[in-house]
Write a protein that binds this ligand. Structure first.
Ligand SMILES: *Cc1c(COP(=O)(O)O)cnc(C)c1O
Length: 462
């Protein structure tokens, strides 16, 4: 399997290279040159299989000959053994045709574990085979850093450095990062804000001399392996509700669009999906683009669903590439206009998207109201991200006969703030994290200076 850039000016890569590379050299994103397809019979044969088996069959075509079958199975089995539910991503019924797909049974209680637990193992495998060491650097406002750390803590060939703004992260979220007792995990509290931390990570990718031969690797949501791993739960959930004999719809709390693009891939691979609903918070670029053809940046707003706080939705470019019938020159032109000024999609691709996707934006007051309302009607305590999905599903679904599956992207205990504001005492942490607040922490505080951070990375090498 080969991968090509959405902007058409970067070399095609194989699976191993694409996992190690991240963004394409031309600023585009890698997509598979050919999208594999399953016949209805092949899909039907996956129904009732364990999650890991479905994962193997769905992902196998994307890997090509980069990993042998036995090794790939071993990596998948180890990955999903780290989840606390036998179904890995269990489905719950909310009413006669609305279901919740719980994606938060991984080690950090959010959906990013599904992909990052696999990505860490893939990277470690490739690095070992090449005799290389890798460095992962990332910045977090607190909500997503732990998933990358948990994904890498067992990797022999990777050192991971996660920067968070000092004293600006909730205790639970900081402790999910700083209590991981692994020699290759390094938490750096930056005396600055999230933007300072992110700028230093970006600058480090631009000038990698300080790494002394280690390879810097991006594990952000544009990494193809993350998309690939997320396709699996769309297939798994749809099969449980009767696919391929019955179509289903999905609603997805969205930001960088990595989650939803995986669903789109599942449909292209043959899964019968009637509709996708894009849920956003007040950072609504996806909703504005779809509903008003307003593809433009707006200032970042801090919301109660912080993991969806974005200005640009990076993986949306992958969907544009498909909507423009893989015309890389057109995508390149659109993205360079978007870089500098408000842009708009051409009529035909927009019409194509509107035939399959609907969207809805949910503000903070509504998030609080929905958490209360959903609990009253279903007994489920939703996290604020999932709450945007619950509301969007109700408002934007085209019919109430097709089963609607709303993706639950985080456990409510992770975002207690919103839960408390909705009038609840709080949300208890699951058993595995009960003692989180008493575990010893380990992190270093550094000034918001690039040289200091790079020296720290250079000094910490296992
Ligand atoms: C990252 C995240 C999202 C957004 O997912 P994208 O793939 O960026 O669209 C939604 N909810 C939670 C809890 C997240 O962590």
């Amino acid at each position: 399997m080969r991968y090509i850039s959405t902007r058409g000016r970067a070399p095609a890569l194989d699976f191993e290279e694409v996992v190690l590379t991240g963004m394409a050299a031309d600023g585009g994103l890698y997509v598979p040159e050919q999208i594999p397809e399953f016949s209805p019979e092949a899909l039907a044969a996956m129904a009732g299989q364990p999650y890991a088996e479905v994962a193997f069959r769905v992902m196998r075509p994307f890997v090509g000959d980069a990993i042998d079958d036995a090794t790939f199975r071993r990596l998948i089995d180890a990955t999903y053994a780290s989840f606390k539910h036998d179904a890995v991503t269990p489905l719950k019924q909310l009413d006669s045709s609305h279901f919740l797909l719980e994606l938060f049974h991984g080690p950090t209680l959010a959906f990013k574990d599904v992909a990052l637990q696999l990505l860490g193992r893939l990277l470690d495998h490739f690095l070992a085979r090449r005799g290389e060491r890798g460095v992962i650097m990332g910045a977090t406002s607190g909500d997503t850093g732990s998933a990358a750390i948990e994904g890498c803590r067992h990797c022999d060939n990777l050192d991971i450095f996660i920067l968070h703004p000092h004293e600006r992260v909730s205790a639970v979220q900081r402790r999910q990062m700083t209590t991981v007792p692994a020699a290759n995990v390094h938490n750096i509290a930056i005396e600055g804000d999230f933007d300072d931390a992110q700028a230093m990570v970006k600058a480090s990718f631009a000038d990698q001399g300080f790494l002394q031969g280690r390879r810097l690797i991006a594990v952000n949501s544009i990494n193809w392996a993350r998309i690939m791993a997320q396709i699996v739960y769309y297939v798994y959930a749809a099969l449980a509700l009767g696919a391929p004999h019955r179509a289903v719809s999905f609603t997805v709390p969205s930001a960088n669009f990595g989650n939803l693009f995986a669903g789109y891939m599942a449909r292209r691979m043959g899964l019968p999906v009637r509709q996708f609903v894009i849920a956003t918070n007040a950072n609504d670029i996806l909703h504005r683009t779809l509903s008003a053809n307003d593809f433009s940046r707006r200032e970042l707003k801090a919301t109660l669903a912080p993991s969806m706080d974005i200005v640009v939705s990076s993986n949306f470019e992958r969907l544009l590439f498909e909507a423009y019938d893989r015309d890389a020159a057109a995508v390149d032109a659109l993205m360079s206009r978007f870089q500098h000024e408000p842009a708009a999609l051409a009529e035909a691709p927009l019409a194509k998207l509107r035939a399959l996707f609907a969207s809805h934006s949910v503000d903070d007051d509504t998030i609080i109201a929905v958490i209360r309302e959903a609990f009253g009607r279903t007994g489920e305590l939703l996290d604020p991200h999932t709450a945007t999905g619950y509301r969007a599903a109700e408002r934007a679904r085209t019919d109430t006969v097709t089963p609607m599956i709303t993706l639950a992207t985080a456990h409510p205990a992770k975002f207690e703030d919103a839960v408390v504001r909705a009038g609840f005492k709080g949300a208890p942490l699951p058993d595995a994290l009960q003692d989180l607040l008493s575990r010893p922490e380990r992190y270093d505080v550094l000034p918001a200076e690039l040289a200091a951070v790079q020296q720290y990375v250079a000094d910490h090498r296992r």
